[in-house]
Every structure is written in structure tokens, then in C-alpha cells.
Write a protein that binds this ligand. Structure first.
Ligand SMILES: Cc1cc2nc3c(=O)[nH]c(=O)nc-3n(C[C@H](O)[C@H](O)[C@H](O)COP(=O)(O)OP(=O)(O)OC[C@H]3O[C@@H](n4cnc5c(N)ncnc54)[C@H](O)[C@@H]3O)c2cc1C
Length: 346
């Protein structure tokens, strides 16, 4: 049976940028529902690096991925957003006009929304790890093979093999080396895509004898699934050797699957949604794209950029939701009406 919900805005994606958009919309009296494929909120911050420190959120010298999500949830609490988790948006139908947009949106769980605007904050789409082509690796997944680190503690005193040369591989190498029984980094070549500073930290650990670094590719896993005992590695010259390990962490990047969003008739460019930089609106009036999913000249895939984009998109959404009202710019520090909405002013 389908649930039918009428709302001002549907936000697709409950990552940090979708969450902060709720705040900016809420200040303008705009109600929002959020949909996310994942069973929890927080997007990449909660899913890929909950315990890692982030250093470039304005006003927070340091906050972990999960810490930021928790703070965002506290910040939007006064606006009572409704979450539809473990649901994926599927079909979109336009019921309105360019001047007065109205959409019908359905999820794979049968929830139906009729909404005046849609904000796509879907990040990299439904992100899925690229898996290495190692025979039988599925049998070890979730027990000895992991494509993301949600918590570091389960890896304490383990023999860890990390494979890859990007930011995730090098970041986790540096973070996990101190608590591993022994950590080995394996990469195809002695050149890295990761930030040079992290690469230098890794090389210092190797020089200090605190971890190992080898060149090659994993071709076979040893052990009886799901218990891993080692990985057979092939060098460039075809020779092989075995690295004893309890845990394998392959970090080969993520594939971006836009899924049904790709069929919504929006202009797309390399799986991203082009927007203007005044309103962050897409080629379809009433549909906005903010955060990692959008593209425009000079785009930086940073959380702080997504926050700014959400604030500007909300201003335009206001005109669709309240076509007859004038939008007055106000500061939260000095506006008692904004403070009332936030529950901080009697
Ligand atoms: C290891 C790592 C470290 C990082 N460090 C930093 C840093 O220090 N500073 C910084 O600013 N940025 C950092 N980033 C980047 C930052 O995490 C992203 O810029 C940010 O998460 C983007 O937020 P978002 O809300 O746009 O998208 P996401 O966080 O990707 O969230 C998008 C959400 O949309 C959902 N979704 C996607 N498609 C659908 C669909 N069809 N239906 C329903 N839901 C859908 C996804 O499940 C996801 O929850 C880092 C990223 C990684 C991987």
C-alpha cells in the first residue's frame, strides 16, 4: 500500500549537505522530508569515516565524521524533519509548470510524495566500493575483508593488509598502524594519488619499522572463508609471495551509481548534475542539486561548499513554496522570529 505525503520539499540524500539544507529551509518555514538509501543518516561522513577527524568545518578546529552528523542532527531538531531511510527514490513525474513546479515522487518502498520542490543532495549517488577481482573474496566479506572502516577498535592487534594508493588507503594506513599487530600496505607502484603529507607519514612509519610496504597485487586469498590467513601477492615480474594477515582492506575507490536519478530528464555531465551558482537549480525548474552531486565552474567537493549551496537553494525554494510572500533576509543572532523557530526565544 502506498503512503501519500504532501510536503514543501523532498531532499534526496541525508548526508551532511542534505541535513544542513533542512536547517536553512526550516528558517524560512519550509517543511522537508528526507529520503536515503542507507539505513542511517550522515552520508559519507557516517558511512565511510565516522571516526576520522575533519579539520575544515568552519568553527570546528576538529570534529569527527560522526560528530559532525550528530551536531547537524541536533541543529535541525527544532524543524522536525521526517526521514525515510532505507528507501531509494525511483520515479518522478511533473504535475506543475516552470513557474509553479509540483512533482510526484515515488520510492522503491511505495512512499509517494507530492512536493513543490526537490533538492538532490545525493553525494556520489549510491556509492559502492570497487571490488578487486580476487577469486572467492565474497566469502570473506564482512568478516575478514572490509571496504570501509566504520570503527577502528575491531582492528586492534590484527594483522592488517591495506591495498590501494588513494586517500582512503593511505589515511587508514596511518590511522590503523599504531593499533595493528602488524600493518602492511600494498600498492601496484611506488607512486600515490593520496595527499603528499599522508604519503610522507606512511614512509616515516616504514622507515621507523612500524609497518611494511610492498609492491604488487593480491591474486589469491588463503584461509577457510570467512577466516582469512593470508594473501598471495604477485609482483610485476610475475613472482609471488604471501603476506600473512587476518584482515584485508581493499580501497580501490567508489563507483558512483546515480540510479533512477539519471532518468529524471535532468542535464547530466559525467554523472554530475550541472547547476547555476545563484540558486543551485538544475535544468528543471523546482529541482535543485547541492553537495557532491552537482557541478559548476570552480566546484570544490567540500562539505562547507555544500552548506553554502543549501543556503542559496533554500532562498529560491521559498519563492516556489510561498509565491506571494516577500523574503526578508535576517540574521539568527538578531531576529527574534528566527530564534522562536529555533526554540531559543520565548
Ligand atoms: C575518506 C574521506 C574523507 C573526507 N574528508 C573530508 C574533509 O576533511 N573535509 C571535507 O569538507 N570533505 C571531506 N570529504 C568529502 C565529504 O565527505 C563530502 O564532500 C560530503 O560527504 C558530501 O556531502 P553530501 O551530503 O553532498 O553527500 P554524501 O555524504 O555522499 O551523502 C549523500 C547521501 O545520499 C544518499 N543517496 C544517494 N543516491 C540516493 C538515491 N537515489 N535515493 C536516496 N538516497 C540516495 C546516499 O546514500 C548518501 O547517504 C571526505 C570524503 C571521504 C570519502
Amino acid at each position: 500500500m502506498s503512503d501519500r505525503i504532501e510536503t514543501d520539499v523532498v531532499i534526496v540524500g541525508a548526508g551532511p549537505v542534505g541535513l544542513f539544507a533542512v536547517f536553512e529551509l526550516g528558517l524560512l518555514d519550509i517543511r522537508a522530508h528526507l529520503i536515503d538509501i542507507l539505513p542511517k543518516v550522515g552520508g559519507q561522513c557516517a558511512e565511510l569515516y565516522p571516526e576520522k577527524p575533519i579539520y575544515d568545518i568552519p568553527g570546528f578546529p576538529m570534529v569527527t565524521g560522526q560528530g559532525l552528523v550528530d551536531n547537524l542532527m541536533a541543529q535541525i531538531e527544532p524543524f522536525h524533519p521526517t526521514f525515510h531511510l532505507s528507501e531509494m527514490v525511483e520515479t518522478l513525474e511533473s504535475l506543475g509548470t516552470a513557474e509553479a513546479p509540483l512533482f510526484r515522487l515515488r520510492t522503491d518502498a511505495g512512499t509517494e510524495f507530492v512536493t513543490k520542490a526537490i533538492i538532490i543532495a545525493a553525494g556520489g549517488g549510491s556509492f559502492q566500493p570497487k571490488k578487486p577481482p580476487i577469486p572467492g573474496i565474497e566469502g570473506f566479506e564482512g568478516s575478514s575483508v572490509f571496504y570501509a572502516v566504520r570503527q577502528m577498535e575491531p582492528f586492534r592487534h590484527k594483522r592488517i593488509l591495506i591495498v590501494g594508493g588513494g586517500d582512503s588507503a593511505l589515511d587508514w594506513t596511518v590511522n590503523l598502524a599504531p593499533l595493528a599487530k602488524r600493518l602492511t600496505l600494498l600498492h601496484r607502484r611506488d607512486a600515490f594519488r593520496a595527499a603528499p603529507d599522508t604519503v610522507n607519514k606512511m614512509r616515516a612509519l616504514v622507515a621507523a619499522g612500524a609497518m611494511d610496504f610492498h609492491l604488487g597485487q593480491v591474486v589469491k586469498l588463503e584461509g577457510k572463508a570467512p577466516v582469512l590467513e593470508g594473501a598471495v601477492v604477485r609482483r610485476d615480474d610475475g613472482s609471488t609471495f604471501t603476506i600473512a594477515c587476518d584482515v584485508l582492506l581493499p580501497f580501490f575507490g567508489l563507483t558512483m551509481k546515480l540510479g533512477p536519478l539519471a532518468d529524471w530528464g535532468l542535464n547530466l555531465h559525467e554523472n554530475l548534475v550541472p547547476v547555476d551558482t545563484e540558486k543551485f537549480e538544475t535544468s528543471v525548474p523546482g529541482i535543485f542539486a547541492i553537495g557532491d552531486i552537482n557541478s559548476y565552474p570552480g566546484k570544490l567537493k567540500l562539505i562547507l561548499s555544500g552548506f553554502h549551496e543549501g543556503a542559496l537553494a533554500a532562498q529560491r525554494v521559498f519563492h516556489y513554496v510561498y509565491p506571494d510572500k516577500r523574503l526578508v533576509f535576517q540574521y539568527t543572532t538578531s531576529s527574534t522570529s528566527l530564534q522562536k523557530k529555533l526554540g531559543v526565544h520565548a
